[in-house]
Design a protein around this ligand. Structure first.
Ligand code: PGA
Length: 264
């Protein structure tokens, strides 16, 4: 894993935006894996800005979101389809027909999961997958105990996740407790993965992901198996890492290597 430790959330968003911009500049028809939650919002705002300024285009890109609440239609304001339209898709030059979010209103959720996997495969697989991390170490809605080779499926949300997401729902409003989520195996199939984490409340999960054992108890620890996973955190989210100086040293050495290669 590449561990990038930055000062604050704004720097994390800009770094993430650079990774997405580079990906799209290298391959305009990239397949992007996208995420919801509070963390990616600043990254999406930066991508919208760059798109408006003509610095990056999504015209030929295809997107697949990680997850969706089961039981919510895409027109529901708390659905992840609605979130993506509002936070990103409505503001960039992406072809909406090429944006995919698992169908929360699927009549048959099991076949919908298989269909989602088939669509990803038909698109050539995900080139770059964006991730957040839950306080319990989840990625997508792969809660602790999720199989490390799991595929897209229906998952039950933990009480902690339901409580963390309750802030988005009105008092007394129905809040789903099931989801459709890409599996951990699905996520690991992406060619490159970038996970963003900011704030002190993610520090324990970041420590478990990076320095803990590979375990289904911390689904994000599965990224230890990925050959190109970039973990981008601010100082607060990094605060429980034991080897901060070593990770910063690696980054400095990496930069020197990049500079040398660029000078050839
Ligand atoms: P957050 O969610 O960005 O809203 O903290 C992250 C996640 O649960 O994956």
């Amino acid at each position: 894993m590449q561990i990038v430790i930055l000062n604050d959330a704004a720097e994390v968003a800009a770094y993430g935006a650079d990774i997405f911009s580079t990906q799209l500049q290298r391959k305009a028809e990239s397949v992007l894996g996208l995420a919801t939650g509070s963390t990616p919002v600043a990254l999406y705002q930066e991508l919208i800005r760059r798109n408006r300024e003509g610095l990056v285009s999504f015209k030929d890109a295809t997107t697949f979101n990680l997850d969706e609440y089961l039981g919510l239609h895409g027109s529901h304001p708390q659905s992840y389809r609605y979130f993506m339209d509002e936070q990103l898709f409505n503001h960039i030059d992406v072809d909406k027909d090429k944006t995919h979010v698992p169908p929360g209103d699927a009549k048959n959720p099991l076949t919908a999961c298989q269909d989602y996997e088939a669509r990803m495969a038909a698109a050539g697989g995900v080139d770059l997958q964006l991730l957040g991390i839950g306080r319990n170490g989840h990625i997508g809605f792969n809660e602790p105990s999720s199989g490390l080779t799991s595929r897209t499926r229906v998952k039950t949300l933990t009480r902690e996740t339901i409580e963390d997401n309750a802030r988005f729902f009105e008092e007394g409003e129905y809040q789903p407790h099931l989801s459709i989520t890409m599996g951990i195996g699905t996520i690991l199939d992406a060619k490159k993965v970038v996970l963003l984490a900011t704030g002190e409340n993610k520090a324990e999960a970041v420590h478990a992901m990076v320095e803990g054992p590979l375990t289904a108890a911390c689904p994000a620890s599965a990224l230890q198996l990925h050959k190109d996973a970039v973990i981008v955190v601010d100082l607060k989210a990094a605060s429980k890492l034991k080897d901060i100086e070593f990770y910063q040293h690696i980054e400095a050495e990496n930069q020197k290597l990049q500079d040398y290669l660029a000078s050839l």
